[in-house]
Design a protein around this ligand. Structure first.
Ligand code: ADP
Ligand code: MG
Length: 253
C-alpha cells in the first residue's frame, strides 16, 4: 500500500548548518505520528519541508505517491511552478504554535478563506462546511467573533478548523499547545484526539507525552537532524533504546 506521507533521505541546510541529515519516514493513511526531540533538533524544519515551505536539498517528499515540489523527468527532478506547488499544498493542513489567524477576519471568515479563494468553491457550500467544522471544534457560537476576543485555546481550535477546511490528506501540527496556558491545553488536545479517532492522518510535534501515549501509532524521536529511534509509544516511551531518548523523556515527563 502507498504511504500517505513518505520522506526519503531528506537533507536540508541553512548556510553551513546541516539541519536535516537524512530523514526517512513513512506514515500510512489514518496514522498519527508524534515527533519528539530537543529544541533545535529539526522538528519544525521537517514539517516545513513536508509542506514545501522549505525546499529540500536532496531526498524526496511524497503525499500518496505524488512527489511534492518537483516532477521527475528520467532521473532528474525539476521544480514545479508556484501554482502547482500551491495546488499540492492544499493537500496538507498546517497548525502552528501561534495560531496565525487573520486578525481582521471573523472566525467564520478565517475558516472560509482558503476554500473560497484557493479552491473557488461555491459560497453556500463553503458556508455549510464552515458551520460543520466550527461545530466539530466546539465553536459554533463564536462564528462571528474576532480572534482577539477568544482565548488561546479557542483560537487554536479555530486554526484547526481552518486547517481542515481544504479537506487535506494530512494535517501537520507544530507544537500546537506550547503557547497555551496550562488550563487551555486539554481542550485543544481533545479536538486533536477526535480527529485521530476519525481517521485523520496526522504528524504532531509536541512535548505532550500523555497525548503521544494515548493517540500515537508511532513515536519518532529526533536528535540533531536525524531520527534516532521510532516505534509504537510503548516501545519508545517506556523502553527507549538510546540514552538520549531516555534522557529527553525523563526531562519532559
Ligand atoms: P526544532 O523545531 O526541533 O526546535 P528547528 O527545525 O526549528 O528545530 O531548527 C533546527 C535548526 O535550524 C536550529 O538550529 C535553527 O536555529 C535552525 N534554523 C531553523 N530555521 C532556520 C532558518 N530559516 N534560517 C537559519 N537557521 C534556521
Ligand atoms: Mg520547532
Amino acid at each position: 500500500m502507498t504511504a500517505m506521507v513518505e520522506l526519503r533521505d531528506v537533507h536540508k541546510s541553512f548556510g553551513t548548518l546541516h539541519v536535516l541529515r537524512g530523514v526517512s519516514l513513512s506514515v500510512r493513511q489514518g496514522e498519527v505520528a508524534v515527533i519528539l526531540g530537543p529544541s533545535g533538533s529539526g522538528k519544525s524544519t521537517l514539517l516545513r519541508t513536508i509542506n514545501h515551505l522549505e525546499k529540500v536539498e536532496s531526498g524526496t517528499v511524497e503525499i500518496e505517491g505524488e512527489l511534492l515540489g518537483y516532477r521527475r523527468s528520467g532521473d532528474r527532478l525539476h521544480e514545479l511552478h508556484e501554482r502547482e506547488i500551491l495546488r499540492q499544498r492544499t493537500k496538507i493542513g498546517f497548525v502552528f504554535q501561534n495560531f496565525n489567524l487573520f486578525p481582521h477576519l471573523t472566525v467564520r471568515q478565517n475558516v472560509a478563506e482558503a476554500p473560497l479563494s484557493a479552491q473557488r468553491r461555491p459560497k453556500a457550500e463553503v458556508a455549510a462546511l464552515v458551520t460543520r467544522l466550527l461545530d466539530r471544534v466546539g465553536l459554533a457560537e463564536k462564528a462571528d467573533a474576532y480572534p482577539r476576543t477568544l482565548s488561546g485555546g479557542q483560537q487554536q481550535r479555530v486554526a484547526i478548523a481552518r486547517a481542515l477546511a481544504l479537506e487535506p490528506k494530512v494535517v501537520l501540527f507544530d507544537e500546537p499547545t506550547s503557547a497555551l496556558d496550562p488550563e487551555l491545553v486539554g481542550e485543544v488536545l481533545e479536538v486533536m484526539k477526535d480527529l485521530a479517532r476519525t481517521g485523520t492522518t496526522m504528524l504532531v510535534v509536541t512535548h505532550e507525552i500523555g497525548f503521544a501515549r494515548e493517540v500515537a501509532d508511532t513515536v519518532v524521536f529526533m536528535d540533531a537532524g536525524r531520527i534516532l529511534e521510532q516505534g509504537p509509544p510503548s516501545q519508545v516511551l517506556d523502553g527507549p533504546r538510546h540514552e538520549r531518548t531516555r534522557a529527553f523523556i525523563g526531562k519532559v515527563l
